[in-house]
Structures are given as C-alpha cells and as structure tokens.
Unconditional design. Structure first.
Lengths: 440, 404
C-alpha cells in the first residue's frame, strides 16, 4: 500500500499548483509590433479581371417572362418617337342590388337600382410619367371581344390555338365614352352616362370594357407616356325603394392589360433585364472555374495562382450599361439580381426553372434611368462573391457545387416598362486574397 | 501508484499548449524552453548537478538521488515588454517546462518518464494597413500567429555504481506541433468591407535523441555532474489537407546540435549551498528559417551556451518545515538569428523560495518551489528589422509529491 505525505501537505501543494496555473492562464493578444520581423508574412490582396472567354460559355437574353398585368398600366403616344401604348380594361357587370335604408330605418337589399351615372377613375403615377403637359386621355368602349392575357397591339386574341387581329391596331375603339385630364391631383375622372352603364350591363363580358388612350385628337399628347397605378369604375345608383336615395358603388375591374408597339424581339444579344414583358439574361459559367490561373504580380512578376488556391474576397460582374431601345428606357431606378438556374439536358436554358436567389447577388448600387441613354453610360457591379467562391472552391465536391447557370433579372421584375440594357459578355472582377507563402 | 498516475495525467491535460508571445520566438526554432524545475531556475542552474532533489529533465544520472516514487511538474508564466525600433509592446505567455514521473526500482536503479520543453515557438503579431484596389480603399488588420513548439518525451534511467558515482542513460523522441495562422480582417465599413481571410498551416515535429550522464559526489557535501545529449534530425512534417481546412504545408528537416551540460554544487557554509552550471550546444551552419517564413531572410544558428550559478540558504525554517531561499544569475547566448544579424543574448537575475512541506530522513515527501527571474534579452542588431530588446519577468513554480 502506497501512502503519500500528509493530507495537509497534499492540499497545500495542490492549492499552490492551481493558484499558479489559474493566474498564469490569461488570454493573450497579439502584439502590435514585430511585423518587420516577419518577411513573408504579408497577406496579399489584389484585383484581377477575367475576360468573358475565360469564364463564360453562354450569355443570351430572352423576353416574355411576365405579361402586362394588374401591377401597372401605361398609355403612350409616340413616346420618344416610337412607343405607343393603350390600356384596355374590362369591368364587372354593375351590381344588381344595392343596400338602402327603408322607411322603417332597416337596411334592406334593393334589387332594382337605377344607375344614373358614374365615372372611370384613373390614378396616375405622377413620378414615373412624363410631365410635359396635362396629357388628356380619352376613353372608348371596346368594339371587339378581346382576351386579357394574350392581347397585343396587333391581336385581340393571341393564344396557341386562336389568333385574331384587332380591326385597328392598339385595340379597336368603339364609342367615345369621355375625356379627362390631370388637374391638381393625381387622378383623372372620366364621366360615364347612364346609357353607357345600361349598355355595359347588357353586354357580354368579353366585350364589356374600355380602351384608355392618350387623346388622339389632342396634339399635345404626342411624346407623352403615363403610368397608371390603378383604375376604378364608380357608379351612382338611385334606389327603387327610396327614390330620394342615391348610393355610390364600385364595379370591379375584372381584367386589365396594356398593348404596346413596337413589339420587342424574343431574343437579343445584349444583356437585357426588366421591361414588360420581362427580359431575363441567362449566363453559363465554364466548368472547372477553379482551374483558371490568374496572375499575382503583386507577389512576383512570374506568380500565377489557381482560383482554387486563393481566397476570393470579392467577385463581381462588371456590367456596362448600354442604350436601351428608343421608348424603352427604364422609367425608374432598378437593381439587377442573379438567380440560380436549374439545368436539365432536355430543357432549353430559357425555359429552365429558377432556383433560389444567389445570396448577395445584387448590383451594389441602384441603376438610374439616365444610365441607359447614350450620353451617360455607367458601370455597375453585380456581386457574385458567394456564388463564385462555391464554383471555384477546391473544397466543394462536384455534387455539392451550385449550378453553373444563372439568370439576371431586374429587381423588381416588371417594375418598369423600360428595359435595362448592358453590353454583352461582361468581365468578371475578382479581388483575391492569398498567403504568398502558399502560392509561392 | 494509481494516484501518482492520476495526478500526472491531470497535469499533462492542464499542460495543453498555451502560447507564449516573445518576439524572440519568431526566429529559427524559437527560444529555449529548458526542462528545468523552479529550484534550478531560482539558482541560475541549467538543471544539473544539484545536491538534493532535482526535478529537471537534463541529466538522467541525477535520478540516483530519488528513493521514493513520485511526480513533479512545473509551470512557467512569462511577462515581458518588447522594444523594436522604439516601438514597445507587452508580451506574455505560459509554458510547462517539465512533467516527470519518478520510479525507483531498487536502491541502485531509478527510472523516470518525463515530458519536457525544448523550444517555444508561440507568438502573434498584428499589423494594420490599407490597400487601394480598383478605386476602393480596403482597411485591414493582419494577425500572424504561431502556436506550438518542440517538446520531448523521455524515458530515463540511472544506476548507482558506487555510493558516490552514478550513471544514467535516457532516450526519447522530440514531439510537438506548430500551427501557423495568417488572418486578415477587413475593417472598412461596407461597401469596402470584404470577408475575413484565414490561412492555416500545421506541422508535426518528430525526431530521436539520446542522452548519457553521470554524477559524482567526491564529498558528501559536493556533487559534480555532466550529461551529453545527441539528437537526430528534427523532421517537421506538413500536415495534409484532409478536410479542406489546412493550406498545404511544406515539410522540412533541421539538424539539431550535440548538447553538453555540466553542473556542480557544494555546501559551502552552514545551511548554505552554492552551485554553478553550464550548457553548450554545437549548432551546424544549416538553414534554420522558421516554418512558414521561407520567403524571408535565411535564419542561421550559432553555437550557443548558457552559464549560471547561485546560492541556496536553508536557515529559514519552522519546527517541521524548511523554506530555502535562493538567488543566482545566468547568462546565455541564444542560437538563432538571421544572416547579418548579431546573435541574441539573455541574462537574468534569479531568486526564489522553496517549501519543503513534508520530509523525513529519507528525503522530501512534498515540495513546492517558486523561482523568479528578472532578465533581459537583446539581439539581432544589424538586420533589416532592427534590434529587438525584451525585458521580462519569468516565474517558475514546481510541485513534487512522493510516496512514503
């Protein structure tokens, strides 16, 4: 049996040890001097640009991704000399009953109201419209049946199975329902008489509606473009129960679109995003991005380094803005965002589904409309750091690597009628950080 | 013995690497981390030839004094102030210079298993700056750090040939790791901020060594000892990048020197012991550039030596305990410097106190020692970086426990 010294001695010795250890184990900070002692310890951060041939195998723009819809409507007349647009909308049938108070003070349904008049209310986005003048608008009844989702400037129905042309491009106008113009406010009120309301109640829903145009009989509307933020049909109905009672009701807008001219082509070689219908640009990066060698001349004149061996501190597409087609300069600032494209061998890239947005994949600054005019081109940077890092990393297996295809889109998509255009085949700007000892 | 092992394991666990940050660690293989206990440090001794219990891991023949199974361990906090080209910064760190299990097999034969320091390579340096890249100004803070060092695992044995003469042999392996981290933190606010950059590399040391030594007591109050250590090549193998965390690290090999140590002590007065000792290392002319710093100037090694001596006075005592007071001095030439730089030196005034908490006629049962050194290192004049000076406090605390 082994015995140690007295317990008291043990405790004293251990206490001595622990106190010493605990006082010694303090957190340490690096010293602020000594960098001169360590040649070779300098980290290098430097910039390189990859030409499109080095990293890109495809970039093409396609149109048709969103249709004119409820989010915004436009009317234009020879805007920038070329662009025309009319808004076409369809109202619901006027309500067949209204609620009124009878002689006993109870609220009852009046199923035989008589519509005595009303007005179409058009709300104008004053910030994103031309403001050259009052830009009066004219509202016509639609003279032909039309299909909201597929109607175009030239065709009232343009589906896979049916293609029917307008008798008059831009929507065949029927009877002039009224005219109106902006005054002090941001809304235009076009009066509708009781006869028109009665006609609408009798019409088939495919015909019932209105065409809103910049007034073609007013020369001041040439060159104008108005963006609308909403439409409503407000009606006044006289009660059959209490003929002294007039009730204001709203008839819903059941379908709305705008048709425009000229029609954009379906594809384009420049990078295009945004617009209505929306453009998207698809890009596909080359395989084995990690094997691209780039110069690292800040380390030595002969230094070259694989992308897989360096830390990609920043990666950005360098987008050079280009002149948008006449009449289609974006009317508002926008961003460009990047989203992954899920490729499949049997699906063309333009029809491939989009996956999640690339984290941080957005232009660093808002792009102003003036950047898309010839006199003020600009350079913008689309951040792709996390994505390029994943594509070029040696530490990610091929199965875990993200798709090599991305789609560039405007953000918000369909937020502008105008199209953002950029020079084709952008360069890729990389800011790389490296331990010179590792690459030397 | 189970309790002895348990304590040893606890101490080994506690002895996880804690980085020291002397800037003298940046050259070559670092600074010496002598496997000497607090008593030796307090006496200016290199850990050899001391009358009485010596827990250092220098001369295997010194084990011949041990008559009881036991364990000894030391810890060494270090606080310094470095001056480089007029710029000053504080440095600190804690090291564990020696852990040892002692086991006498017979009256003549004692063995020990020890873990001790050889070189300390822990340091960390921070610099700040900015780069203008493509019109953007990126401010950054770089931290280059090195953690680790070279240790030894040693099996030693002593044999008492005569009551006055003992010999000892030992052998083992050098071990240890070096983790080098290069980190850049971009401190600019967005949009000129970038994600942090980190490069990690790691090496593992290995190499053999063997040591022979002897002690001779020409008088009952005097001891003379010497030991010679041979070392094979020290291999630093770059760790592989199995999990994608480490950057590739190129391995290399270092020539280690022949090391000769001597020491003597004698009772020179009533309860007064005096000691002198020294050690010499014959470094080769090879390249000793630190791992990961190959891009810089080549580091070479010059023969190095250390001498020291001191006095131990045992007058301070109670009825049951003795508290030896110690004082001494040591001076050393340190081996590593860049080509064109002067060899650095180190001196220290030493002192300390012992606590013989329990003992009997056969020797100590529980001993604690505290050594305090106030010293200065200076060197590397003539180089590109300028001379480095370091004033330091070094504390060494040791605890030794023995079975009856």
């Amino acid at each position: 049996m082994m015995r140690f010294a007295r317990t008291g001695s043990w405790c004293a010795a251990l206490a001595f040890s622990l106190i010493t250890i605990l006082t010694a184990c303090t957190e340490e900070e690096p010293t602020g001097i000594g960098g001169d002692l360590l040649p070779g310890g300098d980290i290098e951060t430097f910039e390189v640009f990859l030409d499109p041939d080095q990293y890109l195998v495809l970039d093409t723009s396609f149109s048709g991704y969103t249709r004119p819809g409820a989010s915004l409507q436009v009317v234009a007349r020879e805007f920038e000399g070329v662009y025309n647009a009319n808004t076409i909308l369809r109202f619901g049938r006027p309500p067949s009953s209204i609620s009124v108070q009878n002689a006993q003070g109870s609220v009852v349904a009046d199923t035989a109201p008589r519509y005595i008049g009303g007005e179409i209310i058009v709300r104008i986005d004053t910030l994103l419209s031309t403001n050259n003048g009052v830009a009066p608008i004219a509202v016509y009844a639609t003279a032909e049946e039309w299909d909201g989702p597929s109607a175009t400037w030239t065709h009232r129905v343009d589906t896979a199975g049916v293609r029917l042309a307008w008798a008059q491009p831009g929507g065949t106008p029927g009877e002039l329902l009224g005219r109106g113009a902006r005054t002090a406010g941001d809304s235009v009120f076009i009066p509708i008489d009781s006869a028109t309301i009665a006609d609408w109640a009798d019409l088939d829903s495919n015909v019932r509606g209105a065409i809103i145009r910049l007034d073609p009989e007013d020369a001041s509307t040439i060159g104008e473009r108005l963006r609308f933020t909403g439409m409503a049909l407000r009606l006044r109905a006289r009660s059959s129960i209490d003929t002294d009672t007039v009730v204001t009701v709203f008839s819903n807008v059941s379908s709305i679109t705008f048709v425009y001219d000229p029609q954009p082509s379906a594809t384009a070689t420049p990078i295009r995003v945004g617009g209505i219908p929306a453009w998207r640009t698809f890009m596909e990066f080359r395989e084995n991005l990690k094997d691209i060698e780039v110069p690292c001349v800040t380390i030595s004149s002969t230094c070259r380094v694989r992308l897989g061996d360096v830390d990609i501190s920043r990666a950005e597409l360098v987008l050079e803005t280009a002149q948008s087609p006449d009449g289609l300069v974006p009317e508002d600032t926008l961003h460009v965002v990047a989203q992954l494209v899920l490729r499949s061998p049997n699906v063309p890239i333009e029809r491939s589904p989009l996956a999640s947005p690339i984290p941080g994949g957005i232009t660093t600054d808002e792009i102003r409309p003036v950047s898309f005019r010839a006199q003020a081109p600009d350079t913008v940077f689309l951040s792709l750091g996390s994505y390029i890092r994943a594509l070029a990393s040696d530490e990610i297996s091929e199965e875990d690597r993200p798709s090599r295809a991305i789609a560039l889109m405007a953000n918000p998509e369909s937020g502008t009628v105008g199209v953002a255009s950029f020079a084709r085949r952008p360069r890729l700007r990389l800011i790389l950080t490296v331990d010179p000892e590792v690459v030397r | 013995m189970r309790r002895t092992f348990a304590l040893f394991l606890i101490l080994v666990a506690v002895a996880a690497p804690v980085s020291a940050q002397s800037l003298f660690n940046t050259r070559g293989l670092g600074t010496r981390l002598d496997p000497a206990d607090a008593r030796s440090r307090a006496l200016g001794n290199v850990g050899i030839g001391l009358l009485g219990f010596n827990g250092s891991l220098v001369n295997p023949a010194d084990l011949s004094n041990i008559v009881r199974r036991g364990v000894t361990a030391s810890i060494q906090p270090f606080y310094g102030s470095d001056n480089l080209n007029g710029q000053e910064a504080d440095v600190s760190g804690t090291r564990f210079p020696v852990l040892q299990i002692l086991y006498p097999f017979s009256a003549r034969t004692v063995v020990s298993l020890g873990y001790g320091g050889v070189f300390d390579q822990s340091w960390a340096v921070q610099t700040e700056g900015e780069d203008v890249i493509g019109g953007n100004t990126f401010r950054f803070r770089d931290v280059l750090s090195s953690r680790g060092g070279i240790s030894q695992v040693r099996l030693s044995g002593s044999y008492r040939l005569t009551p006055d003469l003992s010999v000892g042999v030992g052998g083992g392996v050098y071990t240890g790791t070096l983790d080098r981290r290069l980190r850049r933190e971009f401190t600019s606010a967005p949009p000129d901020s970038l994600p942090d950059f980190t490069s990690d590399r790691s090496w593992t040391y290995s190499g053999p060594f063997a040591v022979v030594g002897a002690t001779w007591d020409p008088l009952p109050t005097m001891r003379i000892a010497a030991a010679v250590t041979w070392s094979g090549d020290l291999d630093a193998d770059g760790d592989t990048d199995d999990d994608g965390v480490l950057d590739p690290a190129v391995g290399r090999s270092y020539d280690l020197p022949l090391r000769a140590a001597f020491g003597a002590s004698a009772v020179v007065g009533r309860r007064l012991l005096a000691t002198v000792s020294g050690e010499w290392e014959g470094w080769s002319d090879g390249n000793y550039t630190a791992l990961g710093s190959e891009a810089g100037q080549a580091t070479t090694a010059s023969s190095s030596w250390v001498v020291g001596g001191g006095l131990e006075w045992e007058e301070l005592r109670t009825a049951t305990r003795i508290f030896p007071l110690r004082a001494g001095f040591r001076y050393a030439k340190l081996p590593f410097h860049n080509v064109g730089e002067e060899q650095p030196t180190e001196w220290a005034i030493t002192g300390g106190i012992g606590f013989r908490l329990a003992y009997d006629d056969f020797g100590p049962l529980a001993v604690a020692d505290l050594g305090i050194e106030r010293g200065r290192r200076e060197g590397w004049e003539g180089g590109v970086s300028g001379a480095l000076e370091e004033n330091f406090w070094r504390f060494t605390a040791s605890v030794s426990l023995f079975a009856r």
